[in-house]
Design a protein around this ligand. Structure first.
Ligand code: GLN
Length: 544
């Protein structure tokens, strides 16, 4: 039977519960235990797919095509287990199911209530996600004390009662602030947050304290005393240069031993082997080269919006021993003021995106990369933008566009498949658009690469599976006019109908992909496309 570790957060949000959970999971994995992770999100959206990146950060896409919380990205970067749509549940999805059951009459006339119907649904989803793992880590989003997270906390309280203390563990992550005015560490917020947790029937077994500096033993003692937690189980997690240092930092304080002992897994567990994390951190800290990458987006003030991308570039740096400096550049700025800011870059990356804002700036950036032979990686929208640019400036289609941005363009080089498969083919057909929820091509899909291309060179195989999240596709009916001018289609979908990857002849490294390679990049393995992109950037840098 699976053991469950529940991770709650206190004092403030954004403490890095996801990274702490993923780090602990990865230590347990290194000790020979199979692990799975799950995130419970208290908001009422069914999934984060329709939320603005300003609100929520990146939407992470799982192999099986679910749009999920970005913490799942951390999980996959730290452990070997692949997440699925079961790995992220939201209040919205719980209510949607309970209400559907109520409408069907499944509750046989009962009054449907938060307890037990909502909590039962939550519990069944938690048990359902175990997938045969020895340990399941369940992270509860939000902060203890929020109204929204109460049903989740009640559900995990009940699970403790049902499965017992040997099979369940509560870890509470809090902030321990440092007041510079008095030079003191403050434990009171932690005390209060645990008090709040205990008032709803949950006594934490372990407390992880996020702080700027190491927490002195005397303060740990105080926290232990006031929160009823063993002193050795008060763990400090200080700010580190890289998140990939966290597994080692937690292991050094004995966190995994305490967990294994409390969950009665001692006979099953082997000693921890964190040598691969050690190697990752060593490489990260000892780069031999340095490159400057421009990331042209419209959420530049918000690192979380490009979380996986940011990490994938760092991973490529780890594997090529390169310090990757990422410069976030605003596409609207380029639209207004031109491409001057791009001249000093070693490579240009245009990530995925939706909507009109800043699109002409991205097209200018793609043109700049093509004309000046600067390495270019276009991901999803970034590939579509490269196609539009090429059509306009090389293939004699001056007003080429995606129908996402110009419904009536004479050259819809990117559009909805229905727009060109419809035999009547009239432009009016384009005006209907589609629903925003659940209408995208999502999740892992097969792509066939053509030999002799940069794509093939990079992956070193013919068949790959990468994750998608988009509505629009390259228009097959216009692609021949582009390939005639030197655009290469280097990857196609399984049935050959859809363009999945493109590149340019006569350019050192200009690659576009319709999928999102950043979702499958991990620090320990890296990702071939990002590694080759960074290698191309190094070469460009050296030839400057
Ligand atoms: N907006 C484009 C589409 O829907 C690209 C999406 C993306 O970059 N993820 O096809």
């Amino acid at each position: 039977m699976a053991r469950y570790i529940f991770v709650t957060g206190g004092v403030v949000s954004s403490l890095g519960k996801g990274i702490a959970s993923a780090s602990l999971a990865s230590i347990l994995e290194s000790r020979g235990l199979s692990v799975n992770l799950q995130k419970l999100d208290p908001y009422i959206n069914v999934d984060p797919g329709t939320m603005s990146p300003f609100q929520h950060g990146e939407v992470y896409v799982t192999e099986d095509g679910a749009e999920t919380d970005l913490d799942l990205g951390h999980y996959e970067r730290f452990v070997q287990t692949t997440m699925s749509r079961k790995s992220n549940i939201t209040t919205g999805s719980i209510y949607a199911d309970v209400i559907a059951k109520e409408r069907r009459g499944d509750y046989l006339g009962a009054t449907v209530q938060v307890i037990p119907h909502i909590t039962d649904e939550i519990k069944s989803r938690i048990f359902n996600a175990a997938n045969g793992a020895d340990v399941v880590m369940v992270e509860i989003g939000g902060t203890v004390g929020d109204i929204e997270s109460l049903p989740f906390l009640e559900a995990i309280r009940q699970i403790r009662m049902e499965l017992g203390a040997q099979n369940t563990l509560f870890i509470h992550l809090t902030l321990v602030p440092f007041l510079s005015a008095t030079g003191e560490i403050k434990t009171k917020p932690t005390q209060h947050s645990v008090k709040e947790l205990r008032s709803i029937g949950i006594q934490p077994d372990i407390i992880i304290c996020r702080s700027k500096q190491p927490i002195p033993e005397s303060d740990k003692k105080k926290i232990a005393l006031f929160t009823n937690v063993e002193e050795r189980a008060v763990i400090s997690s200080i700010d580190l240069k890289s998140i990939y240092e966290i597994p080692e930092a937690l292991h050094k304080q004995g966190l995994d031993n305490i967990v294994i002992e409390k969950l009665n897994l001692t006979s099953q567990a082997k000693p921890a082997d964190l040598s691969d994390w050690h190697e990752v951190v060593h490489r990260l800290k000892h780069p031999k080269k340095e490159v400057n990458i421009g990331l042209i987006g419209k959420y530049i003030e918000l690192m979380d919006a490009y979380k996986s991308l940011n990490e994938a570039l760092i991973h490529a740096g780890i594997h090529t021993l390169t310090k990757v400096n990422i410069h976030y550049l605003d596409s609207e700025e380029i639209e207004k003021n031109g491409t001057e800011a791009l001249a000093a870059l070693d490579a240009i990356l245009i990530p995925g995106g939706f909507g009109n804002r800043g699109i002409e700036g991205k097209i200018k950036a793609a043109q700049f990369a093509r004309e000046n032979k600067i390495p270019y990686l276009g991901i999803c929208l970034g590939m579509q933008v490269a196609i539009i640019e090429f059509a306009r400036h090389v293939a004699d289609m001056p007003t080429a566009n995606s129908t996402e941005f110009d419904l009536h363009t004479a050259y819809p080089v990117v559009g909805l498949i229905t727009e060109w498969t419809d035999v009547s083919g009239s432009k009016e057909k384009r005006s209907t658009g589609s629903d925003l929820g659940g209408t995208m091509r999502l999740g892992g899909q097969y792509c066939r690469l053509s030999m002799g291309t940069k794509a093939y060179e990079s992956y070193q195989k013919e068949g790959i599976i990468e994750r998608h999240r988009h509505r629009y596709e390259v228009n097959n009916t216009l692609i021949d006019q582009l390939t005639a001018q030197g655009l290469i289609v280097s990857g196609r979908s399984q049935d050959g109908n859809l363009v999945e990857m493109i590149e340019l002849k006569d350019h050192p490294w200009f690659v576009g992909c319709q999928f999102h390679p950043e979702f499958t990049s991990t620090p320990r393995k890296g990702h071939p496309l990002f590694m080759d992109f960074i290698k191309a950037a190094i070469e460009h840098h050296e030839h400057l």
